[in-house]
Write a protein that binds this ligand. Structure first.
Ligand code: NAD
Length: 362
């Protein structure tokens, strides 16, 4: 059966990096017979310019019909003065909530070829391979009531609500345990159960769900300690499971362990495993149009798509090996360049990965 992929290039470097990922998809189709059909739609600033909204109805329609979604990035200075409801980022948030993409998977992998690109000592980060699961549609970013008001002393005050229902915790906990089963069978749940009742419930429910996965070793850590341990000894973790806000912060911290934001893919999944796949970085307005953006995070997002939504580990592995082979040959985009390697642009990196992928057939 043909897999339908909705492709949303977005803004800034989005179209540049998506063009390279599409070459990889073409190669999978031509060389390995993977039946794929792609259709593109507008999102973010590009959609606002063309239609007056960052999240057109046709885009939602296409993404609902598709088996999977590949997104570039949204946003940029051009749209920063717009009112919140039509900012490019609303397109992304709209997609996440309309499609109920409640779990965000962010691997942080340090490729041996890039150990020198990390700001952390090589012995601490070499071989790093962790997966952070962040809850994406609940918690303090969405809880009501929220807002700003003047209190009885006449002072301004701001308030938000941290709230999770049992079922919201349970569904992401199941995903966490299942992903741990496919990896090294260790799940660490991050909370602040000593201070926040909501995360006390988080811990309680994760323990209950854990009883269904006796093969996975479950541990718990307070978020402040988790931040410290991520920098001190990140390799102690396999899968980390956490809420929306803690996950937001910890996953950026973990990303930096690996040196460049241009290397890291992500997936946001619904309860049936349908997902939106995108690089973790933004639209990089400072390098847009210069042909220097690193396409690897986007290409690795495709490999995550094959692995987590399309159940095609063989071709997911092929893409990852092709990326490693391009790095092995010494090619580097500017963000991962170090002395003794060869600096190349977006297209050359994409072409090198496609050529390695093609060669892997022989
Ligand atoms: P950014 O991730 O776009 O850029 C941060 C830095 O990393 C920049 O110096 C950029 O040049 C560099 N960089 C990013 N991706 C790169 C790549 N593939 N190759 C080489 N270098 C890369 O973050 P920002 O500058 O804070 O945000 C720019 C815009 O992107 C803003 O409008 C922001 O709202 C938006 N944004 C979108 C997403 C998304 O679409 N998921 C995520 C984050 C930020």
């Amino acid at each position: 059966m043909t897999t339908k992929i909705a492709v949303l290039p977005g803004d800034g470097i989005g179209p540049e990096i998506i063009a390279e990922a599409l070459k990889v998809l073409d190669c999978l189709q031509a060389e390995f017979g993977v039946p794929i059909e792609t259709e593109q739609a507008l999102i973010g600033g590009a959609a606002y310019d063309a239609t007056g909204t960052p999240f057109p109805a046709e885009t939602l329609e296409l993404t609902k019909k598709a088996d999977s979604i590949l997104l570039g990035a949204v946003g940029g200075p051009k749209w920063e003065s717009l009112e919140y409801s039509v900012r490019p980022e609303r397109g992304l948030l709209g997609l996440r909530s309309e499609l109920d993409l409640f779990v965000n998977l962010r691997p942080a992998i340090l490729y041996p070829q890039l150990v020198a690109a990390s700001t952390i000592k090589p012995e601490v980060v070499s071989g790093l391979d962790i997966m952070i699961l962040r809850e994406l549609t609940g918690g303090i970013y969405f809880g009501q009531p929220r807002g700003r008001r003047i209190n009885e002393k006449g002072e301004r005050e701001g308030f938000n609500t941290l709230i999770y229902s049992e079922s919201e915790i349970r569904r992401i906990a199941h995903v966490g345990f299942q992903i741990a089963q496919k990896r090294n069978k260790r799940l660490c749940s991050v909370d602040k159960a000593n201070v926040l009742e909501c995360t006390e419930l988080w811990r309680e429910v994760v323990i209950e769900v854990g009883k269904e996965y006796p093969d996975v070793a479950l541990s718990h850590i307070y978020v402040d300690n988790a931040a410290m341990q991520l920098v001190r000894n990140p390799k102690q973790f396999d899968v980390m499971l956490t809420d929306n806000m803690f996950g937001d912060i910890l996953s950026d911290c973990a990303a930096m362990l690996t040196g460049s934001i241009g290397m890291l893919p992500s997936a946001s999944l619904d309860r049936n495993g349908k997902g939106m796949y995108e690089p973790i970085h933004g639209s990089a307005p400072d390098i847009t149009g210069k042909g220097v953006a690193n396409p690897i995070a986007t290409i690795l997002s495709l490999s995550m798509m094959l692995r987590y939504s399309l159940d095609d580990a063989v071709n997911a592995d092929r893409i990852e090996k092709a990326v490693l082979s391009a790095l092995d040959s010494g090619l580097r985009t500017a963000d991962i360049y170090s002395e003794g390697t060869q600096k190349v642009g977006t297209t050359e990196m994409g072409n090198a990965i496609v050529s390695a992928l093609r060669k892997s057939k022989q």
